[in-house]
Design a protein around this ligand. Structure first.
Ligand code: AMP
Ligand code: GLY
Length: 428
């Protein structure tokens, strides 16, 4: 098989995990990560390119004879990177701009789900012109009230509010520009109660798909799911409640209708689909679609994949996934994120990180790290390092990650000690 020169776009823990997995491929040619972080240089070459600068990426692709672009984060996809490179002698693993609307517009995603009878919360969308109808719709719902900015808002565009008058005030603020243009349309929906999980699929645009390991992330900064939302404090895979019966419902009611719907709409989609699901009395419902892998879910999904991911991504991008196998390990994986003091609020950067070399039983996926000119590893973000471990069970994997976490040090290190406890029914 010919070797594939590959460019991976992104710089977080998700991209570290993708880079770790892709770099193990026997068919990997030259491998670049743009811009990468303080850890990705050990899997390939970090390149100082912005994932949003398509022209600079194109020049790089030509110069380095890149065969495949793997897109880690949603922004380039929503901005149309697939369409930009169409017909340009390089494959892009990711959806077209039209497909990326599943994440880029919550209103589009809700209309799509309604049209294809995919289970999701009851909703209506409003703009400044229809704000009065928005107030009336809120009155038909029971608290808490869920208000979502239609467009991308860096994971911050969802408000869950207990009080009706506060919900009305928030609707007004959102439509008035709280999230810029992203909230010029607001989706209001029914609150669903249940445990969440993340299901990932790789699809090739012709109806073929593979289901990746299912994961659950921990979004709140505080133990017991308290405090502010973050980009993710940890994750586990598999998810005990997402058993065979549940996953069968997910495939029948959600995955297949989504893929069939994309084809029926003539939407080109060759890449990952991330189904953010909630388990409502054993029935899966869609909370959101994303058009990329999850972070920090990727940090537990990649270590559970046995198969070579690179040929699978190439095949997805070419539309010929056929019956290529995707083998998954039965072992459990967990990840615990070390974050900077103050995150997700204000935090310091540039703190020296020590102890990584002493870690033996875990994989360290760097997120917000960088190397100084003298080669010192320092913090460069709120989420610093994702500490992933495999084990026969979730508790066994957790023990390894917490033991490794104790070996890593930087000023202000913070992490959650209760990752995975809810799915194991352990009281915190
Ligand atoms: P989203 O960006 O749509 O994933 O929303 C962020 C988070 O808000 C989700 O992960 C859920 O925890 C919560 N959420 C969103 N929509 C709902 C809903 N309809 N009912 C309950 N929780 C929700
Ligand atoms: N972990 C959720 C996300 O990546 O959006």
């Amino acid at each position: 098989m010919a070797r594939l020169n590959t460019l991976l776009l992104g710089s977080g823990g998700r991209e570290s995990a993708l880079a770790w997995k892709l770099s193990q491929s026997p068919v990997m040619g030259d491998f670049y990560i743009a811009p990468g972080n303080g850890g990705t240089g050990s899997y390939g070459h970090n390149v100082l390119l912005s994932p949003m600068d398509f022209e600079a990426i194109e020049r790089f692709v030509e110069m380095r004879h890149i065969d495949l672009i793997v897109v880690g984060n949603e922004d380039p996809l929503v901005a149309g990177i697939y369409d930009y490179f169409k017909g340009k002698n390089v494959l892009v693993a990711g959806p077209s701009k039209a497909g990326a609307e599943l994440e880029g517009s919550k209103d589009f995603a809700k209309r799509f789900m309604m049209k294809y009878s995919i289970p999701t919360a009851r909703y209506q969308s409003f703009t400044a012109d229809t704000i009065d109808e928005g107030y009336k719709f809120l009155e038909t719902l029971r608290p808490p009230y869920v208000l979502k900015a239609d467009g991308l808002a860096a994971g911050k565009g969802v408000l869950i509010i207990d009080d009706i008058s506060q919900a009305c005030a928030s609707l007004e603020s959102m439509l008035g520009g709280m999230f810029g243009k992203s909230s010029s349309t607001v989706v209001i929906e029914e609150f669903l109660k249940g445990m969440e999980c993340s299901v990932f699929v790789l699809t090739d645009g012709t109806g073929n798909y593979r289901v990746l390991p299912v994961a659950k992330d921990y979004k709140r900064v505080g133990e017991g799911d308290t405090g502010l939302n973050t980009g993710g404090m940890g994750a586990v895979s598999p998810v005990p409640f997402a058993d065979e019966a549940f996953m069968q419902k997910v495939e029948e009611r959600i995955i297949r209708p989504t893929i069939a719907g994309l084809i029926a709409e003539n939407i080109t989609y060759c890449g990952f689909i991330f189904f953010g699901l909630i388990n409502v009395d054993s029935d899966p419902m869609v909370i959101e679609y994303n058009v990329r892998m999850g972070d920090p879910e990727t940090e537990v999904v990649m270590p559970r994949i046995v198969s070579d991911l690179l040929p699978l991504l190439e095949a997805a991008a070419k539309g010929n996934l056929g019956d290529m196998p995707l083998e998954i390990k039965s072992e459990a994986a967990v990840t615990v994120m070390a974050v900077s003091a103050g995150y997700p609020g204000k935090y310091a950067k540039g703190k020296e990180i020590t102890g990584c070399n002493a870690v033996e039983d875990s994989i360290l996926f760097h997120a917000g790290t960088s190397l100084t000119e003298s080669g010192e590893l320092v913090t460069a973000g709120g989420r610093v390092i994702s500490v992933t471990s495999l084990g026969k069970s979730i508790p066994e994997a957790l023990e390894k990650s917490y033991c490794s976490m104790d070996k890593i040090n930087f000023e202000g290190k913070n992490f959650r000690r209760d990752i995975g406890k809810d799915v194991l029914n352990i009281k915190c």
